[in-house]
Design a protein around this ligand. Structure first.
Ligand code: NI
Length: 298
């Protein structure tokens, strides 16, 4: 096991992100090196942030109001042509408990479409953080994900530990993946998840330049390690809380097999499953987000 010193910025304590407190950690050779740290901070961050989120109200009433006016017989223009299915009401995660399923390391030619099938059948939106090198040949999967209402983010070109690279190489990992994703899907990603959750001040600065928010997680299923449907499911369900960002990988058959049960379990527990933009609202480039209750201030 090789040990190297790696600078990692961004340890959240409550609603304060101590970016100034750059720390060094020993690095193991596991897949998601930093997987436990966000979990450790999540609860305190979530609790201290819950008050602030209460004030974040948008206008979910407008649809209901329009409906009421239409019913009252006043001179309201009749609603647009009725569709077969009523449009889904916008989800307001400040009012209902939301969780976001996120899938890293794809797209995978077989498993990503399987997961998309499940999400479609269960009417759930999710977010995919994709590697640039996996996109060639899988462009149709990206277009399908967008067409079905999901959100695409980036996850570097080939999964390096970004803080170990030169600034130029980090920038290439970020911007080339973003360009290739946009070319394939027609939509420019604005969310970036660094491999292993590792970032430093250079990564933050470059994602600010590239107009990407840094999206971490606070529930780690460790699906890549356990490769077990039940364990992955249990970890997702036991870690869930309002605002949770759940980390999964759409490159393992066991994960694809676990997704239906995870969705059912979360729904049974009263959660609404949303994509990251719905969970977080508008995000700021270069800012780091661990969950939906409080963006981490720099
Ligand atoms: Ni990854």
């Amino acid at each position: 096991m090789q040990k190297s010193q790696l600078k990692v910025a961004g340890i959240s304590a409550g609603i304060t992100l101590l970016l100034s407190g750059i720390i060094s950690i020993g690095v193991a050779t596991s897949h998601e090196l930093f997987s436990s740290a966000p979990t450790a901070i999540s609860q305190s961050a979530a609790q201290s942030a819950s008050g602030a989120k209460e004030t974040d109200t948008s206008q979910p009433e407008s649809a209901a109001l329009a409906g009421r006016e239409a019913q009252s017989g006043e001179q309201t223009p009749s609603p647009a042509t009725p569709t077969e299915e009523p449009a889904a009401e916008p989800v307001d995660c400040s009012k209902v408990p939301c969780v976001a399923l996120t899938f890293d390391d794809g797209p995978d030619a077989t498993l990503t479409p399987r997961i998309l099938d499940t999400l479609k059948a269960k009417k759930v939106k999710a977010t995919f953080f994709q590697m640039g090198r996996n996109i060639a040949g899988n462009e149709a999967i990206l277009r399908r994900a967008i067409a079905e209402g999901h959100t695409l983010g980036t996850h570097s070109w080939d999964h390096p530990q970004l803080p170990l690279l030169t600034e130029g190489d980090i920038n290439w990992q970020i911007t080339n993946t973003k360009a290739v994703s946009q070319q394939a899907s027609g939509v420019q990603p604005t969310l970036m998840r660094p491999p292993y959750g590792l970032f430093n001040d250079t990564v933050i600065s470059l994602t600010t330049n590239s107009n990407d928010a840094i999206i971490m997680w606070d529930v780690d299923t460790e699906d890549w390690k356990n490769l077990d449907v039940q364990t992955t499911t249990d970890r997702a369900l036991s870690g869930a809380h309002p605002g949770a960002i759940i980390l999964l990988h759409d490159v393992h058959p066991s994960t694809a097999d676990a997704v239906p049960g995870i969705i059912d379990g979360l729904k049974n527990a009263g959660y609404t499953l949303v994509d990251i933009p719905t969970l977080l609202g508008s995000t700021n480039p270069g800012e780091i987000y661990y969950n939906g209750l409080e963006p981490q201030a720099q």
